[in-house]
Design a protein around this ligand. Sequence first.
Ligand SMILES: Cc1ncc(COP(=O)(O)O)c(C=O)c1O
Length: 421
Amino acid sequence: MNRREFARLLAIGGAAPFLAPGTAWPRPADLPPTPSSPDEKFWMSVRDQFVMPKELTMLNAANLCPSSGPVLETMYRMTKDMDQDPSFDNRAKLGDGRENTRKLLAQFLRVTPEEIVITRNTSESNNLVSNGVDLKAGDEVIITADNHPCNNTAWKQKAKRYGFTVKEIPTPNPHPGAEHYIDAFTRAITPNTKVIGFTHLTSTVGDVFPAKEICRLARERGILTLVDGAQSFGLFDVDLSDIQPDFYSGSAHKWPCGPKENGVLFINKNAQSKIWATIYSAYPGGVGISKTFEGFGQRDEPAMIAFGEALTFQTKIGRAVIEKRSRDLTTALIEGLKRVDGVKIWTSLEASRRAAVLSFQPGSLDVRKLSAALYQKEKIGCATRGGQDRAGLRFSPHFYNTMADVDRTVAAVKKYMATGV
Ligand SMILES: Cc1ncc(COP(=O)(O)O)c(C=O)c1O
């Protein structure tokens, strides 16, 4: 099958029902073109592209996003095609599809396909970096306290094995501003620093880090940078040609609304000679670093192709528009929660320091009980943060949410704050 035929296979589906009775979902109306000033009506039509029941408000994008109908259909269609004829001959086109996704990822992140590795998720991407760079006793890695365990635990465990040291920069609350972090990194760097690993947008309280500036100061000193993009990939209109990290990681199933167990690792062409592959097996990627780095054995290529469809879906709507929408929804949630007595917002009240991850403490309410009440009684899904450190609830809205979701969520929190749970 040539590229054009492959593109046609991706596009078919049309009005023909292809799902077994009982497993089908209603096919949404076509997505309308994005207006120059998108209104609620437009965002409702975006919401209609998702198979979540109308009454469900999901505010948990930082953890896992739903895939849109077009993504599910692509995955189903490609899987069915493969299982109808699993011969090498029929599956050859799946390799083309995977390379197509690599190109889409490169366009999405504004880099080259030769710098893209398709992984399973951010955890794997980050660990491929901490496994792959040569570090020894005397070398130093700088991390930030709010990094995810797949970054921080990974570096600390590997430090035990290889003898390098790890220095952790604290993440005070509220967000102390970009300058604070540029200064903190500048002061923490020594002649022994080899790698800096930080998070573009934290999953804890949604702090935005000055990625471009930190990467620049590291680059000027010959230090490698790992930017964990789990919370920025698919939310921000990320431009890696501008940020210029050495490594950037992300997951398909979060903000890009792609399939599960797909992810990305960007490896800057300047850093490719400084990293070893962790896994050597068959079926590597077709171009650049993926030829040596992505030999992970048999993959779920239909899911990888659906990953590409998720990127196309967001690109069609408009990446900058999606980022703005998610930020606007968050601002509206913050404004609403600010008016609820007893709520303490952990996330920065300065718009430039936050994006679409919002954490707050609902007074003295038990957060697990509140979260259960929100889901079971109000059909609002969110995440809890337990423990002593900025405990509370986390709301992370995305472009499938509406301002009506915001209103009813604020009203529900207000109600439980008044009545208890
Ligand atoms: C900042 C950050 N990094 C990495 C991860 C891990 O992502 P995954 O489970 O997709 O590997 C998460 C998950 O929430 C995250 O928030």
